[in-house]
Structure formats: C-alpha cells, structure tokens
Design a protein around this ligand. Sequence first.
Ligand code: AHR
Length: 503
Amino acid sequence: MVDVVLDPRRVTGRVDPMVFGSFVENLHRCVYGGLFDPDSPVADDEGFRTDVIATARAMKVSNVRFPGGCFAAYYHWKDGIGPREQRPRTRYRADDTWPASNAVGTDEFVAWCRKVGAEPYLCVNMGTGTAEAARDWVEYCNGRAGSRWADARIAGGHAEPYGVRYWALGNEISGPWEQGYTATAEEYIQRARDFAMAMKAADPTISLVVSGAHFPIDFPQPHWNRDVLAALYEYADYVSMHHYIGHDYKDDIRTRYPSMSTREVHDFLTEHMRLLEDAIGLLREDIKLVNHSRGVAVNRIGIALDEYNAWYKTDGSQGDDLVETYPLSDALLIGAYFNIFLRNADVLRLANMAQLVNTLPAMVVESGGSGAFRQGISYVQELFAASAGLQAIDVWCDSPARPGSYYPNVAHLDVSASYDSAAREIQLFAVNRDPDQAYPLNLVSPAGALRVRETAVIGGDSLDAANSFAEPSAIRIDRGPVSEERPPVVPPAAVLRVTLTLE
Ligand code: AHR
C-alpha cells in the first residue's frame, strides 16, 4: 500500500482553466481538412466538423491558439477577411505544408471558438508582418465602430467586438528555424516593444504573451527570459515556453527511437519529463527576480506553455503529415504534464496541447469523410479538466521509485491534487508509470476523514495500446470500482482520478 497525504489547507495555487487549452495551426490537415472540412458529411452548415467540436468540448478546451506556430510568421490576417470568394489562395511554402484557401480567417476562427466554448488566442506575425498589421488585427477584433478595421468587421456582419483577450508576440522567435528570428534578447525586445505598444494602443485591456527562451534549460542565452521580462515588464502578462517531450533538449530521441524498445522509450521519457518541472522552476525564479527588481511582491506574470505534447515519431522535415500516433505510453506522459501544471499552478497559467486535430493530434479525422477517432491523450485532458478553476493543493506520495539515468531516481507514481472548498471535494490524480505493477493507495488527510466517491481510470492492455479508426476505444475513460472496504488501486500503466469527500 502506498501512502498518499492530501492537505487541502496547503493551497499551492489556483488551477487556471486556461491551462486546458489547445492549438490549431494551418499545418497539414489541422485547419483545412480538420476543424474546417465542408466536404465531410459530418460538417455543420458553416463547414466545421461537428466531431471535432464535440471532442474539443469533451476535452473542456478553454482556449485555442491560432494560426501558428511557425505558420504565424507568414500569416497575413487581412487575407482572411471579407467575402470568401475574394480572399486570395496562398502557399506560404512551396512544399505544400501550409497551403491556405483563407476560408478560415478571423471571423470563422472566432465563430468556431464560440461553438467550442473556448477563448481565441491569436499569435501575431513577427516574421514577415509589421507592428501596424498586428495593431490593425487587434482593432479588427476588439475595436468599436468609427475605426477603420472595426468598421471592416462590422461591415462583414459582426457588429459586436470579439473581445479577443490573449495575444502572443511572435512564436519561437528565439529559434534560428523561425522566420523573423531575433538572435539576441535585445533584438527581440526592440521589435516586441514596437508591436506591444501598437497593439495596446488599439486595446489596452489585451493580455500579451512575450516570447520566452524556447526552453530555459540548455538555452544558449541564459539571460533571455530575465532580460525580456525586465525590459517588457509593462507589457508582459505571460512569458512563453514550448516543450515537446522526446523532441528537443536532453530528451531528444528522434533519431534513436526506432532502435529502442517501447519500454526503453517509456522509461527514458518518463524520467525526462522532470526537465519541464525544472525549467518551470528556473523561469519562476526569473519572474520573481524581475518582480523584486520592480519592487513588486505579488507575481503578475504567468508562464504560458503554449505548445506541448509528445513528439518523436514523425519528423515533418520530409513532408510527412505529422499524424503522430499516441499510444498509452504517451498518454501517461500527458498525465505527467497535467500533474506538473497542477503542482506549479502558482505560475503556470496558460497551456496549449499541440495540436487538436490531424497534426500532432488529440484526434484524427478522415478529411472529406466521416471517420474519426480520439487519441488517448485527449481523454487524459478530459480527466484532468475536472480540476479547472479549483485550488491546487499539496500532496505527498511515498511512491516506490527506480534508479534513473539522468536524475538519481524516478518515482513510479506521479501525483497532483485539487480541492473544491465549497463542495469539500478533493480530486487526486495518480499516474502509474510502472507497467508491471498495480499500487493500492492509502489516502489520508490531516484535515479530516476521506470518503471515496468516484474513481475514473485511463489504461490499456499494454504501453503500445493505441486508438485507431479500426479500434477507437482501446484507450478511454472507465469508471472504476468504489468500495468502503477496499482502497482505490492505480493499475499498471494507468492514469487514475479519485474523487473524495472531506468529512
Ligand atoms: O506544432 C508544430 C510546430 O512546432 C509549430 O509550428 C512550432 O511552433 C513548433 O516548433
């Protein structure tokens, strides 16, 4: 039996609903042939796939980032407004990864977000775009009648401002692969300040996400985040970071993975998930330092992990279409992501699983047809999203561990918890990364007796188990048994949610 101590009096932060975000980029079949697919029999009268909307709703997607990603650095939003038949077709790259009919522009994306019940989160073009164009986009979305671009929106039949709150000042701009690459923090600061001033002039209430060091560990310029936050303090509401487990940094297995066994991949990536928590810790310290230098004790700046997922099987450089399959082992990694979000709720305030459909997908659809299936990772978000808006609380778990190759040891059980004080309800999330053993949990609280009300579990026959068109439910959420006498058990290689009442 593994002891787990839950203390609802030790609140570590609020689980910001915005950490349950998603991402749709005009990359391969995500936007066109994914969320927008007018030829599909399951499309609604606006051409949006109803199965994609249903999945996003089930995942309780709170915000959706658009139009990229790297694509954002080529996107000219003015191509996507006005009568559809007059919009230009564009091919931003000759290799056909990003062809756009521009049928899904700002109006359509916002309309689709409303159907999903999510906030739009727009990333402006700091590659081939200008500060003026970014300003105009804010005005188009949020401006009142009597200004040029707000009037253009109104003329298109959208009288009410969209009230788009979240805006990113570029994407991965500290990376040499990015169009518009700024090689030094100073270069970025200069450009981002221009953009921020212009955008805030159009709507001072927007929240801006400044482009942080792509990932703060091993980043060539260790001061990037500190310098950018210090210089752009007046404008920065969030600082971004991206993390694709298996893809970059010390955890990169893209070339090695075909020669590794499933178990080796699983053990290696499970261990290296801890890099993300370390990176969040480093960024938290940078934010604190900058706050203190401004004489501010209460932190206003949040971390936006505005792209994350497992990514090591598809490459993308050969024009492959990035339909990565996500087996149970990857679903467990996503469970670890959400545990990290809850454990770091004081500072992690926005996150976007990359991406929603067909490209690094939470779900896969047959473009032009009606076939579709949800991948296991989408169910993991659904399970954790029950904690949106609740208090994240301290949880201690006496987990058995194995030795690691980088970190000294790797806990088999990875846990987090949230608390609903009005309902006196605790949710414990336990990811069992041990594929060989189940663990019964001895759940106790110094705040009172606990009663198990419900258990829900995501598991599968093996680490390789994966959903597909042929077998869409190999990984799903199952309700588990609830018993007064027997403790909840987390099965081997599974994500368990236990809902408890504090009596
Ligand atoms: O999500 C796919 C790509 O990964 C995005 O375009 C880019 O921002 C990241 O490197």
